[in-house]
Design a protein around this ligand. Sequence first.
Ligand code: MF3
Ligand code: CO
Length: 251
Amino acid sequence: MSVTVKSAKEIEYMREAGRLLEIVHDELAKMIKPGISTLDIDREGEKMIRSFGCVPNFLNYNGYPASICVSVNDEVVHGIPKKNRILKEGDIVSLDAGLIYHGFHSDAARTHGVGRISPEAQKLIDVTRESFFKGIEFARADHHLHEISSAIGNYAESFGYGVVRDMVGHGIGKALHEDPQIPNFPQKRRGIRLVPGMTLAIEPMIDAGTYEIEWLDDDWTVVTADGSLSAHYENTILITDGAPEILTLSK
Ligand code: MF3
Ligand code: CO
């Protein structure tokens, strides 16, 4: 598939998909406390998405069994929500969520601390978020895609963190995953030239230790190979004539 450039009308739908997803994330963030289960988060997220008349895009995607990916501590992404997985003080938890509004997808992820967390864990969360912002400084028309990749990767690696290599960001629109793929570390090639109207999901996945990851036997949950903590931060953005518009983050 080739990279799509959205029309003005399509951008309006993408904006609304993003705005509603931001609300979902803000509400889910308030739930994060010791004692709740990862399934509680999924149930609440799905309920909210449907209350907006939207569809959770992760549910049944390649067989994924839930609406919100909930990944705890050394789980990098795609954790499957479970009734008996109870969050406890000191955990970190990554929530990845998405929805479809009028046929258009949004996708965003945040990592939260549960109660009081260690300074090391907080730093990993903060650097992961900041790496996204370093990356999107280059998300401008006439820049090349991999300038974003280098900025994210170089920033995160300057803290000694491992930047996940086996999973990447992506174009987004009428499909959850469109071209191009967006790596989070420097590339030999420059990547495509960016054009206003492209919508991209940029999503650094950063490990406190090695970048190597493994898949659990549930075929979904991705964990760090060395058991170190991992954080995830993602927004859906729009390339414009000027600074990028972050569709899933307004403040
Ligand atoms: N944000 C993830 C992605 O971009 C979530 C999709 S995985 C799913 O790939 F299977 F759960 F949908
Ligand atoms: Co994504």
